[in-house]
Design a protein around this ligand. Structure first.
Ligand code: ADP
Length: 389
């Protein structure tokens, strides 16, 4: 080897060394950045009371962050990084339902989100409520899940507040129930004496007296209506049981019950073939009936109501719709109308108590569904409600 060749090789070697050291420092920089991001990530998760997990499904390995374990009173080394560790401390009922949601997530190829509330046992035996969210991030070529990641948020404090709120709500409902129940008795007295007065003493009253009597009878009739609706509203879901409900039969029963009104107003009801669903029978009939009655009521004079009833199967629920050709609803009132006693018209134009849609909302919530409306003023409205599968 000549001296010249040697010097060329040495130069190349030096250049290579320089390049290597530059790459090394880039790697060091990247590592530092990664460490910093991990630190930020951990700090944010710690601040938000969240722990995270990284589950290698086919290897029976699951990394659980120290915060995750701490949430249930364990040190990092006390819970091995295996799925078995959390499966042992989760409430058995919630283990089953968590797997059901995970299976749905897998079957839908990740389209249905994997999130669920669950109870865990703390090391001191108390219950810890967590909100678990996750997602499969890797699939094998057979479409089986390989890796899923997610986090757990401690919601025990929130759940406590919720329970308190539910308790207050129940108390309020009991109050409404008792108050309306007790109001029935004096109201019955007013109604029956007003009709006795009308029957036996009408001849003794002058025109003004008869007019006042009419007001009393009309007022007590309305109050009877209002109290009956309030009682129905506060009783919703009490003692009710889920059963198989054939929505076609429900619709036929409603049409029979409203037969007189339907004929008088020349109503056309068109309906698709409706499904059989798991639901609270009585409540669901009331819900559909309220929507149909409103579709008949909120019409311009002399317009013959046409009502379309439909059901569409979605991924997680049935979506029902009741469409009318009525007066429509202003776009800024589409949410308001579901609030109890909220009405858009005076009673002299359209009769009503303002309880119907609030009741519909309560019934859909009882089924863990939703209700909303789309509408065009002057052209008609379409009410939608969902019932989970
Ligand atoms: P009510 O029918 O006793 O007035 P609801 O709670 O059923 O009470 O309805 C609240 C309000 O929503 C009604 O007063 C009316 O203004 C509006 N609304 C409900 N259904 C319809 C409909 N199909 N078309 C137009 N407006 C409607």
């Amino acid at each position: 080897m000549t001296e010249q060749q040697l010097s060329v090789d040495l130069k190349e070697l030096l250049a290579l060394k320089e390049e290597l050291s530059q790459k090394n420092s880039t790697i060091k920089d990247l590592e530092n950045q990664l460490q910093e991001s991990n630190l930020i990530f951990d700090t944010i998760l710690d601040g938000s009371l969240a722990g995270y997990w990284d589950w290698h499904i086919q290897k029976d390995y699951e990394y659980m962050s120290p915060r995750f374990k701490q949430m249930f009173g364990y040190e990092d080394n006390e819970l091995p990084n295996k799925p078995e560790s959390w499966q042992k401390i989760i409430h058995p009922d919630d283990l089953e339902s968590l797997y059901e949601v995970f299976d749905l997530h897998v079957k839908s190829k990740g389209k249905i989100p994997f999130n669920k509330e669950a109870r865990y046992y703390h090391k001191d035996s108390s219950i810890v409520w967590v909100y678990c969210m996750g997602q499969v991030i890797e699939w094998d070529k057979n479409g089986e899940p390989v890796r899923a990641v997610g986090c757990h948020v401690d919601i025990t404090a929130l759940t406590g507040a919720n329970e308190l709120l539910e308790h207050r709500n129940t108390e309020l409902e009991q109050f409404v129930y008792l108050a309306s129940h007790d109001l029935q008795e004096p109201l019955r007295t007013v109604s029956s004496f007003a009709s006795i007065l009308a029957r036996k003493y009408a001849d003794n009253l002058d025109e003004k007296g008869l007019e006042y009597l009419d007001f009393i009878i009309d007022g007590s009739d309305r109050m009877t209506d209002l109290i009956r609706s309030l009682l129905d509203h506060s009783r919703t879901g009490k003692d009710a049981e889920i059963s198989k409900v054939n929505m076609n039969n429900v619709l036929v029963t409603i049409q029979n019950d409203l037969n007189v009104l339907i004929r008088e107003k020349k109503v056309t009801i068109q309906s698709a073939f409706l499904p059989i669903i798991d639901a609270y029978n009585v409540e669901l009939k009331l819900l559909l009936q309220n929507l149909i009655k409103n579709a008949i009521k909120f019409q311009e004079k002399d317009v013959e109501p046409i009502i379309n009833i439909n059901a569409t199967l979605k991924e997680t629920h049935w979506e029902f719709s009741v469409r009318d050709n009525g007066i429509g609803i202003p776009s800024d009132k589409l949410d308001d109308i579901f609030v109890i006693f909220r009405r858009l018209h005076s009673r002299s134009v359209y009769e009503g108590t303002g309880i119907g849609l609030a009741h519909c909302k309560k019934i859909t919530e009882l089924h863990k569904g939703n209700i909303w409306v789309e509408s065009t003023l002057g052209a008609g409205s379409c009410f939608y409600f969902t019932i989970p599968l």
